[in-house]
Design a protein around this ligand. Structure first.
Ligand code: GTP
Ligand code: MG
Length: 442
């Protein structure tokens, strides 16, 4: 079995990760004590991809929970579902006098990252990263044939962005031939929670470009707008639910029988024609058809239309600008056939080339049919440009640089990250206008 190790990092990464685990434990028929209650059907076949079998026939998530401060993890841990994680795999940085309060977890190092990329990356206290890497080693030794890692984190705060970048670099160094994918949350809002967010994002993207195979972006602002169409004041909980549903969609092919995209490598081989251009967008349907959702049914043609609609994408984008380099549509539902889906997709084939379509017969909870689209689309450059401009505006005036350099950073790193991102945007631009091998194949 080809196992995946999941790592959730920082406040946002841990909340999203916990929702992901809730979603997939339901799908694999595992209860909150780790017992499998299904019918030994497709829900069981790929159970080892994300779960370790432990004594007494129980299953435990192959997950490592990390934060540089203990509060979010502690709150999650107080929820009975999260007792289900292996406590040796819960790692918090903290100051010593708090140790007694959090004796359920492995507590090492000092507290917090101070919200900046550099304090997360250049944390001079190596205890936390050493502990995390040791735990990863232990998990990987238990695997038959590890296929790779997935990370959930935010690029906005210090832990998710800075410590996340450090961890990604270390993983690449130690596991050069294993795949790494990230579920990276960000925000394209005009008002930043912290003024240094553009630095945190662009400095992280530099490491995502170099050392990650596939990154799935989720934009809080876009998700907020999506929910605001149907309800007032969406919460993080709502946003995280949608993100975890998309994560469940993306990982469907790894967890359930699938000939085409059966593991991370196969999916990446199809989705990523050029290694640096691995920043993917995803969409999910049904979101908009609330009345249909309530009736638990949505016509297939409408589901497909929604799936390819800008409004269902989980980052801001205009799919009319630019083109798909590749796409994968993953459908879930018992009462449809792949033939029926192909027929409906035919109309789209003229617009979206190089698309792979798969059907998993295990439906999402409470839905007869649903679908996730993964797209490698050149219009992602607009989101990247947006962050680059914000970065350059404050960097030109050298704002807040001092705080970053104080934790060990060199100013050159800002310049390098800026130019690496500019190059990436140019590469998307060239592919959008130029002829590529894929284009010729179409
Ligand atoms: N989608 C989503 N976004 C969140 C959530 N919690 C926080 N955020 C956003 O993510 C940003 C980073 O917050 P955290 O994830 O708590 O930061 P961190 O990675 O722990 O880093 P620190 O700065 O060291 O605390 C915040 O400024 C929010 O904009 C969440 O549960 N879901
Ligand atoms: Mg935090």
């Amino acid at each position: 079995m080809r196992e995946i190790i999941h790592i959730q990092l920082g406040g946002c990464g841990n909340r999203i990760g916990s929702k992901f685990w809730k979603t997939i434990t339901d799908e694999h028929c595992i209860d909150s004590t780790g017992i499998y209650y299904g019918q030994l059907d497709e829900s069981f076949e790929g159970i080892n991809v994300y779960f370790n079998e432990i004594p007494k026939g129980k299953y435990c998530p192959r997950a490592i929970l990390v934060d540089l401060e203990p509060d979010v993890i502690n709150t999650l841990h107080n929820n009975s579902f999260n007792k289900f994680f292996c406590s040796d795999n819960i790692i918090c940085g903290m100051i010593l006098f708090l140790l007694n309060e959090y004796k359920d977890f492995v507590c090492v190092g000092k507290i917090g990252s101070g919200s900046s990329w550099s304090s997360g990356f250049y944390n001079d206290d190596t205890e936390v990263i050493d502990q995390v890497l040791n735990t990863i080693r232990k998990e990987s030794e238990l695997c038959d044939c590890l296929q790779g890692f997935q990370l959930s984190h935010s690029l906005l705060g210090g832990t998710g962005s800075g410590f996340g970048s450090l961890l990604i670099d270390k993983l690449r160094e130690e596991y050069p031939d294993r795949a790494i994918m990230t579920f990276s949350s960000l925000a394209s809002s005009e008002t930043c929670e912290h003024l240094i967010e553009p630095y945190n994002i662009v400095l992280s993207i530099q490491h995502l470009i170099e050392n990650v195979d596939a990154t799935y972006f989720f934009d809080n602002e876009t998700l907020h707008k999506t929910f605001s169409r149907t309800q007032t004041s969406p919460t993080y909980n709502d946003l995280n639910q949608l993100i975890s549903t998309a994560m469940s969609g993306v990982t469907t092919c790894f967890r359930f029988p699938d000939q085409i995209n059966g593991d991370m490598r196969k999916l990446n081989n199809h989705m990523i024609p050029f290694p640096r251009l691995h920043f993917l967008m995803s969409s999910y349907a049904p979101i908009i058809s609330q009345t249909c959702i309530q009736n638990n049914s949505i016509p297939l043609y409408q589901l497909i239309e929604e799936l390819f609609d800008n409004k269902n994408m989980l980052i801001p984008c205009d799919l009319q600008q630019g083109r798909y380099l590749s796409a994968t549509a993953i459908f879930r539902g018992r009462n449809t056939t792949i033939k029926e889906i192909y027929e409906h997709m035919l109309n789209l084939q003229t617009k979206v080339k190089n698309i792979k379509t798969t059907l998993c017969k295990i439906p999402l909870k409470d839905l007869e049919i649903s679908s996730t689209l993964i797209g490698n689309h050149t219009s992602i450059q607009n989101l990247l440009k947006y962050f680059l401009e914000k970065f350059s505006t404050i960097f030109r005036r050298k704002l807040y640089i001092f705080g970053f350099c104080r934790s060990g950073m060199d100013e050159m790193e800002f310049t390098e990250a800026e130019s690496n991102l500019r190059d990436l945007i140019d590469e998307y631009q060239e592919i959008q206008h130029g002829k590529t091998e894929n284009n010729e194949e179409d």
